[in-house]
Design a protein around this ligand. Structure first.
Ligand SMILES: [Zn+2]
Length: 152
């Protein structure tokens, strides 16, 4: 399905998960995964990481609707991991807003699926392919915008 991005809800672009089992963690810097604690992971690998979860308003040729985009598909749009984006956004407070502006109006070929549970009210983006051959992921545009040289 061809979709144009109309808007991205930039209030919560990513969420924290346990880096071992990828269960969702509360957004509290000291919280560790209870499940993995029970299972006696005593190593330093018990930590958290971030994954993307985007709510986007998109338009097809017939309608406008909201989709949810999880980590794998969102990485195509962002061109980096959620942790990298989070670190970038810490240094550049308006990075999330700017990302929305960069991606708004961009056309993608999207594969959508109806979720079995959870965010059942929204279709889920399974795969996303940019239509423009010169499309560059948001992080590249952001680095140009903020004058950050990649690799530095
Ligand atoms: Zn865990």
């Amino acid at each position: 399905m061809m979709c144009t991005v109309l808007a991205i809800d930039n209030s919560g672009l990513c969420y924290k998960v346990c880096s071992v089992c990828e269960r969702t963690l509360p957004d509290n810097p000291t919280s560790l995964c209870k499940f993995c604690n029970f299972n006696a992971f005593k190593s330093a690998s018990l930590s958290s990481k971030r994954l993307f979860r985007l709510l986007m308003s998109v338009a097809s040729d017939t309608k406008v609707f909201t989709v949810i985009c999880f980590d794998r598909a969102a990485k195509v749009l962002f061109g980096c991991s959620a942790d990298e984006f989070f670190d970038f956004a810490k240094l550049h407070p308006f990075a999330a807003e700017t990302t929305s502006k960069i991606l708004e109006g961009e056309m993608f070929k999207m594969t959508l699926s109806r979720p079995k549970n959870g965010y059942a009210q929204h279709l889920r983006v399974v795969q996303v392919v940019p239509l423009r051959s010169e499309f560059q992921p948001a992080i590249e545009s952001l680095k140009e915008f903020y004058g950050v040289r990649s690799g530095s």
